[in-house]
Write a protein that binds this ligand. Structure first.
Ligand code: NAP
Ligand code: MN
Length: 266
């Protein structure tokens, strides 16, 4: 690694047990010429310590930086974004030597709510009823009305997010090399009055998906970006595109997507 790439910010919730392990990680980093940055904006490497959920937070809280490498270090089991384990310093040390690692780019989603608020998602955008009643969404693809959905909600996931919420909704697992997005339903009503496609829909990266929340007075859907609920309420129109910005992350050459799927699910 070039020396200008060696300012590391550690993103984690400190606790006694973790602090001890993180101390060892710091020493290892020092040995290999890495320095710790006091704040994320001074860093060009941001390492999250925790699960996939912590990795998603690290990216969101630091603003989906394109000029930064993100690294996921788990304390427990390896996850989808966490390629390293705090209990396996040997592997981390291998990762500190450029020849053993690979830079990966993960597609993200660009979401615009009511032409006002814009944000990115790494796992998925979710729109969900937070009361017992259903609500309706008009689905448009490239300006063409596809269906009117009524049910608990819909999610749009990225390829890397396809193994998370999307998978629980019987969505397909998508190879992260595919630059695409997937629309999945959460408990749609399907009867003589309401009809939806009923299967997950995978869309190419040049499509524009618009979800119009039908306002019929008593609906309170919540909008979620990965593991964070947005504070906006009573939104009308949610536009989703595959973003032209991606997240750069590091992984060891022996930890491919198929390894992760097998390790987690089979
Ligand atoms: P959480 O409710 O604590 O975690 C949900 C589980 O999903 C955790 O085991 C988490 O792993 C795992 N996960 C996160 N991203 C993943 C990915 N890309 N591929 C495979 N597994 C993944 O919440 P969280 O840890 O903050 O994670 C947020 C994510 O949870 C959301 O983005 C959404 O995808 C998912 N979620 C799923 C459901 C569902 O399946 N019914 C409902 C709501 C949200 P770690 O334990 O390593 O964090
Ligand atoms: Mn979690």
């Amino acid at each position: 690694m070039k020396s200008e790439r060696k300012q590391v910010y550690l993103f984690y919730k400190p606790n006694d047990e973790l602090d001890e392990k993180v101390q060892k990680l710091r020493e290892l980093g020092k040995k290999h010429g890495f320095t710790l940055a006091e704040s994320p904006d001074k860093a060009n490497i941001i390492a999250s310590i925790g699960g996939d959920g912590t990795f998603l937070q690290a990216i969101r809280k630091t603003g989906f930086r394109e000029d930064c490498l993100y690294i996921g270090i788990n304390d427990d089991k390896l996850g989808f974004y966490t390629d390293f384990n705090l209990n396996d310093l040997e592997k981390i040390e291998l990762g500190m030597q450029a020849e053993n690692i690979e830079v990966l780019r993960y597609p993200t989603l660009q979401v615009t709510v009511d032409d006002l608020q814009e944000f990115q998602c790494l796992n998925e955008l979710s729109i969900r009823s937070n009361i017992i009643k259903t609500f309706a969404i008009d689905v448009f693809i490239d300006g063409i009305h596809l269906e009117t959905f009524r049910g608990d909600g819909m999610i749009v996931s990225t390829p890397t997010g396809s193994t998370a919420y999307n998978k629980s909704l019987k969505g397909a697992v998508v190879d992260p090399k595919l630059n695409a997005m997937q629309l999945t339903e959460i408990a749609s009503l399907n009867n003589n009055q309401y009809r939806t496609l009923g299967s997950p829909l995978i869309l190419n990266n040049d499509r524009e998906l618009i979800l119009k929340i039908v306002q019929d007075g008593n609906d309170h859907p919540i909008i979620g970006a990965d593991n964070e609920a947005l504070s906006i309420r009573h939104s009308h129109e949610v536009k989703v595109k595959v973003s032209d910005k991606s997240i750069k992350t590091l992984r060891l050459k022996d930890n491919l997507f198929i390894h992760k799927v097998k390790r987690s699910f089979l």
